[in-house]
Structures are given as C-alpha cells and as structure tokens.
Ligand binder design. Sequence first.
Ligand code: ME8
Length: 535
Amino acid sequence: MSDTNRKPFYVTTPIYYVNAAPHLGTAYCTILCDVQARFRRAMGEDVKFLTGLDEHGEKVQLAAEDHNMTPQEWCDSLAPAFHDIWKTLEISNDDFIRTTEPRQVAAVQHLWNRMKDAGYIYKDSYDGWYCVHEETYYTETQVAKSDEEHGVEGQHLCPECQRELQRVKEESWFFKLSEFQDRLLALYDEHPDFVMPAFRMNEVRTFVESGLRDISVSRTSFDWGIPVPFDDKHVTYVWFDALLNYATAVGFGDPAMADEYARRWPAQYHVVGKDIIRFHCVIWPAMLMAIGEPLPEHVFAHGFLMVKNEETGQGEKMSKSRGNAIAPQDVIDLLGVEGYRYYFMTDCVPGEDGAISYNRMEQVYNADLANSWGNLVSRSLNMSAKYFDGKTPELPEGWASRANPLRDIADGLAERYAECMGVFDFVGAKDAVMELVHAANHYIEDSAPWTVAKDPARAGELEQIITNLLESIRICAHLFAPFMPQTSVEVLRRMSLETEADCTDLLAACQWGGLAGGVPATKGNALFPRLGGKK
Ligand code: ME8
C-alpha cells in the first residue's frame, strides 16, 4: 500500500539533555516508544518515530565548561553514546534530531517571528529564581513554600531537585501564557485523553486552574542557545527551543516540507516522563495555540524507575545527577537485549513508578522467558523435528477449523492485545499473549505427544497436536515481536516462516490457520538460557 493510503502515526520521545550518557530511565522511555512504533508498523500504519538530543541551555554549557570543551564539542562527544545505545537496544527510530542542527535553528526563529506577529510575546525584565539543573524558573512564592515544606526556610533551594537556585535578573522576552488558561481548560474538557494516563490529567488541570503566569522565554546572561531573530542579545530559553523539535522534525516552517508537515502534524503521541508534563501539557499546547497550529493528540506520561537507596532504604528516582543511574549495558549483560526490553516493558506498569531490582529481573526472565516462552518454543520444535523428520507436520485436513483449547484462546487474542498496545497497556498486552503461552505448555502435558507418538494408529492425532502447538507459537511470535523483535524473527525462521516477520497486517497474521506444513523445522539453541544465582 502506498504511504498516502496508510494511516500516519507519529510518536516522539523527549529529547534528552546531553549532560551525561544515557541510563536506564532514558532508555525506558525510548523503548516504550519503540514498542509502540513497532506495533503500529505491524498494524500497517505509516510510522514516524522521533528521538533526539536537547543540546542548548545553561546546563549543557556548564557541563561543557567542566570538561574544558565548547558546548558544541561537548554535545558532539556525547551524541555517539546515544546513537550506540539505541542501536544496541534495537530502537527503530526513523529520525534523530539534535537541537543544534540548522533545521531546528530555522524552525525556532520561524516560531519567534510567528509569535511576534500573533502578538503573544513582549519584552520586559525577569526577576526571580532559576534552577539550572531543571532549566526552570520559580517564583518567590513557589520557592518559599517549598523551602518551608522541606524545613530549609530562606535557603532558596529548587522545589524539584533541592539544588541551590540562581537569582536571575535580566531583560527577557515573555510569552503570554496567562492568556491561555481558558483555552487549555477547554482542551482538557473536550479531549479528556489529551493527557494519559487519566490520573495525570487531574494534576495538569489543577495546575492550570490555579492560574497561569507569563513565562520568560529568552535569556541574556549566557549565549548557548538559538538567537532571537529580531533581538540578537537574546538567546531562546531552552524549553521554548526544545519543545518545538517535535514539529521541526516533520517540517514546521520549512516550505520544502509542507506536504510532510500537513500529513504528519500533529503527533499522535508525545511520550514523556511525569517530571515534564507541565511543559508538554500546558506550555507546549499554549505555544501551538498562539501560532494557530494543531495540537498533539496525546501526551503519555510514564512514571520513574526507582532504585533503593542502600543508606535510607527508600526508593529514589534514578538519575544521571544523583549518580545512582544503572547503565543499560549492566542489565544487557544479565538479561540480553531482548530480556531487557521484555522486563522493562512488561513488569514496570507504564504510567506508574517502577521499583527495579536485579532479583526481580532474574525472576521475571526465568519465569516468563526461560521457563514459559523459550521452553514452549524449544519443546514444540524439538518434537516437530523429531517426529516429522526435521519438518513441521503436513497440515491435517481441515485442522484449522477444528476446535481445540489453544484455538479457543487464540481466537480474538490479537484484537484484545491490540486494544491494550494502542494505549500503552503493555502489561495487559503481555498478559494476553502469556495466556496462550501457558495454555500451550499445559496442552503439551495434557496431550502427552511422546505417548501418542508411540502408537502408529494415533499418527493423525500427533499431527494435530504438534500443528496446534506450532500455530500457537507462530501467533505468539507475532504478538511478542514489538517487545522482542529478534526473538520473533528467529522463532519464525525456525518454522520456515521468516518472510512473515515484516508483517503489516497483524490481525490477519494472527488468525488461526497460517502455519506452513511440511517445511523444515529447526530446534536451535535455547532462546533464553535460564539464569543461575542471584546478583
Ligand atoms: O527533561 N525513570 O531531558 P532529560 C524513568 N531535555 N524515566 C526517566 C528517569 C527515570 N528514573 N530519568 C529520566 C529533559 N527519565 C528535557 C526534555 S523534551 C522537549 C525536553 C526519562 O535528559 C523521562 O522520560 O532530563 C524524562 O522525562 C526524560 O528522561 C528526561 O530526560
């Protein structure tokens, strides 16, 4: 089908600061998007999946100075680490944006001009607090309230990260955010799923209901940013620049990309951590409203990966700056890439905070992958190869329409799974697939093919049993593919069905009856060797 006939689907990750190498948290968000993107491709949608780097701002400038580099050298030195880890983790992004690229500079300057023409910016002076780490402004009242809550009155610590705040007093351009309160509330009323999951919407709504202040969107006290086109003393506030990346990547402000922009914008999903929902659910839609551009359909906010602080025993957010970040490679060494993806996508409920531990990783891997999915594939293919001369059975006459316990589960399974996948309910989707996996493992025990194989009079029965098992495996391989793409390709290859791996009609592919009979069946090595002792 040509691209224009397929439904466009555009999904984005946040663009990550280049203040340190990627860690499990940034990888988590990126894999969430990857699984969604792979699922949509399998459903035949025309997917664009964007990730990238947020390279401007004071935080990056200071990190560069600490390393005796220019900010651009610093960004260039770290960008490959992001490319490399995304490649290792099988991230299938179609584009990678860096905010220092000419396309972003042009788009941001276009935004400034449009904002000015629309009358939503003005020059004034900013006098207040700023947290470089969060790249966020705070008012006197916010800071005083937070200091009091934390028992550090008068110390002026960041309400978010408790670092020392800077007092900033400088000339600045302001965006009239205060004018958008009613329109934002109307947006939330009319599109209750603009913010997902639903409980996050309340948080956003309460914030907007409490009143919005105009925000400072340019800086003069440092220069690592995109110059304001009509006022060259000013550089763009890093968030005003960063948020636009989503539109830049599909051609915002670029006449040569007008068709692409019309087709791709607005995005269907911005996936972000819960720490940055105000930027995405309040400031970003207001910016788009100001210049009359369509709004993204959904902002999906995921929770944090938490690690246990050994001193306090409390769970705390994993972060680059806290120094408690686990490097993705450490988990890959333990679980392999596919085990890694499976664990984070199916054991940490997207939307909620997830406590992670090596023990739990091992437990999930062994129970679901080694003992259930891997075991099912290896036993079934082993029996097929053994009883049918290295092949899958010749398909028994009328087998696909014959009732059996596995077919009962497989019927409607892909539809149930797809409903969950489409709204990031990856745990629900996994549970649906695992029903078939578990049922198939029980079916092996109940039907005891090794006994049936001993009785030549029951040859037809044996064919039917193995066919049912392989067919279940074929369907599960399709449904697991967004989580564990390589494993699914390998499973299909072992049944001589590798051409099915690039499926673009998942629901049709998962109809019972698609197995190929009498083709080579390979047992192969264990897909998920059982993990031994504790780490
Ligand atoms: O905020 N658990 O970049 P950033 C789960 N540049 N996810 C985590 C996490 C954790 N412990 N720690 C970080 C920025 N993340 C801006 C974004 S977008 C226009 C600009 C993930 O490098 C989570 O998705 O601080 C969070 O929103 C993102 O990393 C922030 O990355």
